[in-house]
Design a protein around this ligand. Structure first.
Ligand code: NAD
Length: 450
């Protein structure tokens, strides 16, 4: 494929002003919804092939998530597109001032493999809402979904404005040579640096949706059964391959023991005593990632789970108590089914543990203590937080999604996505009425004032 030609076609399309049109945007948005809904079975099959995703999970976190983003944007797009009036001070009077959101142009959206439908189509909802053309690059590590998207996108969406490029490093590297108006990348921090360096050559702005080690602190006031249920769901959803999954838990000795027992119960309740046979439990994306997780367990003695099978890319829901802080389990993002629990003495120790490390994508507190809740919100920097839950902030479209520091920058979901792919253009409109002469040279009258 000639990528230069492709971007030129999209730029030509953008220059026709077609994508500025409200009706065009609405039509394309509704087509995205149609794409996922009419082809849900195809998508479920592809997700099962790539990640062993249970159908209900695929429906919840991919198909219905994307449809929900469309509904939310369609309902509000007119309002988002409206110029926002602002006050005009006396020096610019008579006049009217407003901020007009304008599309950026042709954008590149590079997705990751763990939610391969959502991570391509939800940014696309935002890019189209804002009136852009887009090239989509799904992850090569989820090839079945990549192929389905490459087949369906041209059938449902305006091919002059939106296209899919399949491929891996070679194709992405070639795309990155081109001059885009914005690049949104979801994935790991190492590749993010490559993306940003390539974007810098063209001064192209970037949104980086990255990961990190999202901590959880559970104190003695938390309802342990509810806490364990919520954590177990969020951790072992997609076999732990969720960027905002709990990465590790901090808690005190006594609460830790109760939590371990409660997690054991929840795992059995959710996946049975042999999770490998459960149709509610997914698989690791490929052998390389599965081996990486198996290696993390070397010399460790899990207190829950630990069973694994490289051939079927299976890692049991696993809990490890107090792994060494210099082990890979505690120095790298786990991004898999292993959950370390670390015993700390108290809340302050937990906070200082977290603050000594990279700012995470999410941070979760389970506590009834309102002072602790407030201090968590005030003092723990993270992309997002839940108090007494995990992941669910992402079900609230009014809450922007994105990282901070090494977990990324730029945000999307709902209006934040529209803003992410827009330029807020300032406009002052003036009538042809004579100005006060004081503004113009020669500045004899102004000199008297200074
Ligand atoms: P990945 O391997 O699928 O890579 C992401 C994209 O980068 C792919 O499209 C791939 O083709 C491209 N890529 C890979 N190497 C490249 C290179 N050298 N040059 C240019 N492009 C390249 O995904 P991954 O990085 O393994 O994803 C996992 C990470 O993503 C985790 O850290 C996770 O936390 C993070 N993540 C973040 C979010 C979020 O929304 N913040 C969502 C999902 C995943």
């Amino acid at each position: 494929m000639d990528f230069q030609l492709l971007i030129e076609q999209h730029r030509n399309c953008f220059n026709t002003n077609k994508t500025l049109n409200y009706a065009w945007r609405i039509e394309q948005l509704l087509q995205i919804k149609k794409l996922v809904q009419e082809n849900d079975t195809l998508l479920y099959q592809a997700l099962s092939q790539d990640l062993g995703k249970p159908t209900v999970e695929s429906w919840l976190t991919e198909v219905s998530y994307v449809a929900g983003e469309v509904d939310y944007a369609v309902k509000r797009l007119k309002r988002w597109m409206k110029p926002k009036r602002v006050k005009t001070p006396i020096v610019a009077q008579p006049g009217r001032s407003f901020v007009q959101a304008e599309p950026l142009g042709v954008v590149l959206i590079i997705g990751a493999w763990n939610y391969p439908v959502q991570l391509i189509l939800a940014p696309l909802v935002a890019a189209i809402s804002a009136g852009n053309c887009a090239i989509l690059k799904p992850s090569e590590l989820s090839p079945a979904v990549s192929k389905v998207l490459a087949d369906l996108v041209p059938k449902y969406l305006d091919p002059q404005a939106i296209s899919v490029v399949e491929g891996a490093v070679e194709e992405t590297t070639a795309l990155l040579q081109l001059q885009f108006d914005h690049i949104m990348y979801t994935g790991n921090g190492a590749v993010a640096r490559i993306i940003m360096a390539a974007a810098a050559k063209h001064l192209t702005p970037v949104t980086l949706e990255l990961g990190g080690k999202s901590p959880v602190y559970v104190d003695e006031t938390a309802d342990i059964e509810i806490t364990a249920q919520r954590i177990a769901w969020g951790k072992w959803l997609n076999a732990g391959q969720t960027c905002i999954a709990p990465d590790y838990i901090l808690t005190n000795q006594q609460t830790g023991q109760l939590l371990i027992e409660a997690l054991k119960k929840q795992i059995i309740k959710m996946f049975g005593s042999e999770p490998k046979l459960s149709d509610s439990y997914g698989r690791i994306v490929n052998e390389r990632h599965c081996q990486r997780l198996i290696d993390y367990l070397t010399d460790l003695d899990p207190i829950i789970g630990g069973e694994h099978d490289l051939e079927s890319k299976y890692i049991a829901p696993t809990v490890v108590l107090n792994p060494p802080l210099d082990s890979k389990l505690m120095t790298e993002e786990i991004f898999g089914a292993i959950l370390p629990i670390l015993i700390v003495n108290n809340f302050n120790e937990a906070k200082s543990f977290i603050r000594k490390r990279d700012k995470p994508l999410s941070a979760y507190l389970f506590s009834k203590d309102e002072h602790q809740q407030q201090s968590w919100v005030n003092e723990i920097s993270a992309g997002s937080q839940c108090l007494n839950d995990v992941i669910m902030f992402n079900a609230v479209p009014e809450l922007p999604f994105g990282g901070v520091g090494p977990s990324g920058f730029g945000q999307y979901s709902g209006k934040a996505g529209f803003d992410n792919f827009s330029h807020q253009k300032s406009v002052l409109k003036r009538p042809f009425i004579k100005d006060l002469p004081i503004r113009f040279a020669p500045y004899t009258k102004l000199k008297l004032l200074v």
